[in-house]
Design a protein around this ligand. Structure first.
Ligand SMILES: [Zn+2]
Length: 347
């Protein structure tokens, strides 16, 4: 049967712009989709989307964040050059030469992060990584035109990356961290027949310190939380074995411990059992790296049981990531099987 939540939805989610705190367009699209798929949808005061499907069994919250890493206008000079700060974690080396979309209130403006060409830089300059504060976006518009378009301090920007299908199974695009997770939540909602009382949360502001997830958990008050993320696949040249956090097609990445949480031991064991029973691939993420919404969530209220899972994705926090559709599929099946397990034996 043809699915409504297909690769076109993944493309749309990837191409919509929603840096941390500016998730409006992504939210609007997810609300529309989640309603069409039969969820009862609410938006909380922070802007998290909360979709509920009433069911029997334990209360399970699935959460993926809508925001992506982006930039935010810090100053516009007289020539119309837009200076910026980061919204989320960027490696400044990736920025020069990047095509950006300036999210002006009425329309998106294309621009590029300008840089002196090699003809007029000294060998010393070329060796140095520029400071982010020295970089600027050039939209071709002067200050008056930018002001008329509503661009001001605080206007966000996102990379202008088009989604591409690289092969039958591999796709390239921006914001897979965590639109891949957003997509999987929509897929699971579409699958229907949920064995638990399930709440789907599409959260805001994860990339600036996992701010949206905690309040959403307080509202939902779940028995179990599964965080659905995209994490660093580092299976490419130049990375020593001990630094390969995860690999593509080696299974869904399961967090044991990151910077903000030790994963719930019971849920982790249950998930590993489920994976074995269902012959689904899992890999354990190298401990101590990264953080997810599970960090603040597990410490809210009187505490919540939470387990982060992720789709291995190359080049996250960059303008273009690559992921494998088989990894998405494996993760979808694994979460579906985990819901059955939580409804029957618990964790
Ligand atoms: Zn993420």
């Amino acid at each position: 049967m043809a699915r409504k939540v297909d690769i076109g939805v993944l493309q749309r989610l990837s191409e919509l712009n929603g840096p941390a705190g500016f998730e409006g367009a992504v939210r609007e699209y997810i609300v529309k989709m989640a309603k069409e798929l039969g969820a009862e949808v609410e938006i909380d005061k922070l802007g998290n989307v909360i979709g509920h499907v009433k069911g029997k069994g334990p209360k399970v919250m699935l959460i993926a964040h809508m925001d992506e890493v982006g930039l935010i206008t810090s100053d516009i000079d007289d020539g119309g050059f837009i200076y910026f700060s980061n919204l989320g974690g960027w490696d400044t080396r990736l920025l020069p030469g990047l095509e950006m979309t300036v999210m002006a209130p009425k329309r998106n403006l294309p621009g590029t992060i300008g840089m002196k060409p090699p003809h007029i830089t000294s060998p010393e300059e070329r060796k140095k990584v520029p400071e982010m504060t020295d970089l600027f976006v050039d939209t071709g518009l002067d200050k008056a035109a930018l002001t008329r378009a509503g661009v001001r301090v605080g206007t966000p920007m996102a990379p202008s990356t088009s989604f591409r299908r690289l092969s039958q199974k591999r796709v390239m695009g921006k914001a897979f961290d965590d639109r891949a997770g957003c997509y999987l939540l929509l897929r699971l909602l579409e699958d229907g027949d949920l064995p638990c009382d399930t709440t789907f949360v599409w959260s805001v502001q994860e990339e600036v310190g996992a701010r949206g997830g905690g309040p959403a958990a307080t509202r939902v008050d779940p028995d179990y939380v599964i965080v659905v993320e995209a994490t660093i696949a580092a299976d490419f040249p130049g990375v020593p074995r001990q630094k390969i956090i995860s690999r593509m097609q080696a299974g869904t990445v399961v967090t044991v411990m990151d910077r903000m949480q030790v994963a719930d031991a019971g849920m982790l064991d249950a998930l590993l059992e489920v994976a074995k029973e269902e012959k689904l691939k899992v890999q354990l993420k190298k401990p101590g790296i990264g953080a997810t919404d599970a960090g603040p969530i597990h410490l809210r209220g009187t505490g919540y049981r939470a387990l982060p899972l992720a789709v291995p994705t190359r080049y996250i926090h960059s303008p273009a990531g690559i992921l494998d559709l088989r990894d998405l599929d494996n993760t979808e099946r694994l979460i579906a099987a985990m819901l059955v397990r939580l409804a029957t034996k618990g964790a």
